[in-house]
Write a protein that binds this ligand. Structure first.
Ligand SMILES: [Zn+2]
Length: 89
């Protein structure tokens, strides 16, 4: 029987490089709009289609219908991945 064990060794987290926090980009006009990496590098946000009234909003998958320019800001948030280090597997 194989039992998975941690190695007890730790390495620096790739998400935050050991800083325990990551820089997050968000839209100036709406702090809940987190930008995707390609949106940050492109300086735009994708615009998605609205859910039609006869569709279930839970299962509806909106398509990208355009782009718009965006003003964004940055903030530091706790790394979602680690405590600064991650155990080697
Ligand atoms: Zn991390």
């Amino acid at each position: 029987m194989y039992i998975e064990e941690g190695t007890g060794e730790y390495e620096t987290c790739n998400g935050c490089r050991g800083k325990k926090e990551v820089c997050e980009y968000y839209e100036e006009s709406n702090e809940y709009n987190i930008l995707l990496p390609e949106e940050i590098s492109g300086g735009f946000r994708y615009v998605y289609e609205e859910c039609p009234p006869d569709e279930d909003p839970i299962t509806f998958i909106p398509q990208v219908i355009g782009k718009r320019n965006v003003e964004y800001k940055t903030r530091f948030v706790d790394c979602y991945n680690c405590e600064g280090t991650v155990e080697k597997s």
